[in-house]
Design a protein around this ligand. Sequence first.
Ligand code: NAP
Length: 248
Amino acid sequence: MKLLENKVAIITGASRGIGRGIALKFAQEGANIAFTYLSSVEKGLALEKELETYGIKAKGYQSDAADFKAADDLVTAVVAEFGTVDILVNNAGITRDTLLMRMSEQQWDEVMNANLKSVFNLTKAVQKPMLKQRKGSIINMSSVVGVKGNPGQSNYAASKAGIIGFTKSVALELGSRNIRSNAIAPGFIETEMTGALDEKTVQGWRDAIPLKRVGTAEDVANVTAFLASDNSAYVTGQVINVCGGMLT
Ligand code: NAP
């Protein structure tokens, strides 16, 4: 039997990068997948077709995770289409990097809404079906930057640190109902998001990684699949760093 056979997963922000890697891994492991994106309609349609080649049910939804009502409507639609939700991966996220001195209120708000409010929105919405079946695994994509801080990313670091506090609180609130809540803190993972960084910053990160390579979406997807699966049935309230030892 595959690791996630017949489980229903919602993955936010799966049109590209880490989210896409997670969707592919979950499909290989037999999960049925509802995934979202914000504006990449064509990439979403292509991913839906690619996931279906694994013999699972897959559907992409254009849905803004930062929008409270849209998140609730999404979960209602997924439950109607798939029957329930077993796994939620809050992966959608953005950066609006700049020094605090130059940071606008808009840059702060956009990051907090897309990265942190989105996690509240989706988690609140999946609570109902998960409580009903007395089972669920919620996985939130934080970042090593949320653990350590990073100059030029005070908005992003605050949103990712906020995710950790939220993840632990939900684990404490919902543990008695067999709903688990964990966070992953990826280090430097090669995606379009990190493609926007300048080479000097990238080299600095690379030099500081004990495993001497940047991470891949697959590296993060493998740990996400573990946390989504029953193999991690006794793991909740944890933050797992997937960073090549960067924070060690
Ligand atoms: P990415 O390549 O920029 O992809 C971001 C994904 O999120 C896209 O699918 C995007 O959809 C979607 N998205 C953005 N805002 C959204 C919203 N409001 N509603 C729904 N979907 C939204 O990013 P990534 O590098 O894969 O990062 C994925 C997650 O890992 C993020 O939370 C990020 O903070 C975290 N992370 C990344 C790294 C890294 O090194 N890459 C390190 C630590 C943590 P569209 O294509 O439609 O825009």
